[in-house]
Design a protein around this ligand. Structure first.
Ligand code: UDP
Length: 338
């Protein structure tokens, strides 16, 4: 039995979808603070599963689940993920992301869970300082978070790793996500028609914000800084399609069955600038919209691109949707539907 926390959220729901398609037995937890009941309803239409509306801070109720069910795998997504908010309200992030993870690890380890898959982030690397000739971030890159969100995840990683040192049956895989984008690759009458996708309130991510602008849900898109040390002056990010990222988690479950615990970067190994993304959206949607130049956003590194050699070579991972058009088209179809 697999326990998934945060299964009503953006990335968690895509993993739940793929696990349901594989007929896995699941218990999905979510307190619906940032996830959606509608997402759960849509997933229940793919295949029925056990959903529990529960906050991880209700430790005793979580413990009851470990006592009641034979849970051998935990995939832990439940977390807050807005960098700006984490700077304003760090305790909220350390409580929900770190303290709740400590409790979950304690329960999982003491109830015989042998696979713990953890959703981490490239934010653990902070502002990368590259050695000459290097511009990709590998897993050995020094970690140095520059905001409480990244720190809350790095602290959780440490707890998971330390527990695995003393309980050799408790194995983990930590995935550090770069920029996740796109929506459910699902076709209806040959048209892409995602059943689930990205929805944050407030939305702060670049691709959904540009698409909302293209669809007249917003008046304009602001570029946060065009004076970075990059070819067109705007920040470069490594955007990975959410269904590729979900597939990585499915592979992760098999991987730790036969391998040692490990940490992997999740990205395509190449990036796009903010201006390139805006221009691609204009081309693909055939819509023109207002683009403003705004000042830099606090805490934004100029370039964040993964070195993904480790996940390719050790996990034998192959990307299916490493194509900006697929990312934008799926996200656009989703954005039109909500
Ligand atoms: N960005 C932007 N305008 C926006 C939102 C984001 O220029 O309205 C930029 C942001 O500064 C960053 C990139 O787009 O360089 C990706 O930002 P996002 O918030 O999507 O993800 P992050 O990299 O912060 O995880």
């Amino acid at each position: 039995m697999i326990l998934i926390t945060g299964g009503a959220g953006y990335i968690g729901s895509h993993v739940v979808k793929q696990l349901l398609e594989k007929n896995e037995d699941l218990i999905v937890l979510d307190n619906l603070s940032t996830g959606f009941q509608k997402t759960i309803d849509t997933l229940q239409n793919i295949k029925k599963f056990c959903f529990i509306n529960l906050d991880l801070k209700e430790i005793h109720k979580v413990e009851e689940l470990f006592k009641k069910y034979k849970i051998n795998t935990v995939i832990h997504f439940a977390a807050f993920s807005q960098v700006g908010e984490s700077i304003q309200n760090p305790i909220k992030y350390y409580m929900n992301n770190t303290v709740n993870t400590i409790n979950l690890v304690r329960l999982a380890s003491s109830h015989g869970v042998n696979k713990f898959i953890f959703s981490s982030t490239a934010a653990v690397y902070g502002e990368p300082k590259f050695k000459l000739g290097k511009n990709l971030i590998d897993e050995d890159f020094r970690t140095n978070p520059i905001n409480p969100y990244g720190m809350s995840k790095l602290m959780s990683e440490k707890v998971i790793k330390d527990e695995a040192k003393v309980n050799c049956k408790f194995k983990y895989v930590i995935f550090r996500y770069f920029n996740v984008a796109g929506a459910d690759i699902y076709f209806d009458d040959n048209n892409i028609q995602p059943r689930i996708g990205e929805c944050h309130s407030p939305e702060t991510h670049l691709i959904p914000l540009i698409l909302k602008t293209a669809l007249n849900k917003r008046e304009n898109i602001a570029i946060f800084g065009d004076d970075y040390n990059t070819p067109d002056g705007t920040c470069i990010r490594d955007y990975i399609h959410v269904d590729d990222l979900a597939d990585i988690h499915i592979k992760g479950i098999d991987y730790i069955e036969y391998n040692d615990s490990d940490t992997f970067n999740c990205g395509y190994g190449h990036g796009y600038s903010v201006k390139e993304i805006i221009n691609s959206v204009k081309t693909l949607t055939q819509k023109n919209f207002k683009v403003l130049n705004d000042k830099r956003r606090e805490g934004d590194p100029s370039v964040l691109v993964s070195d993904n050699n480790k996940i390719i070579s050790k996990m034998n991972w192959k990307a299916k949707y490493d194509d900006l058009n697929i990312i934008i088209n799926s996200a656009y179809a989703w954005e039109k539907s909500i």
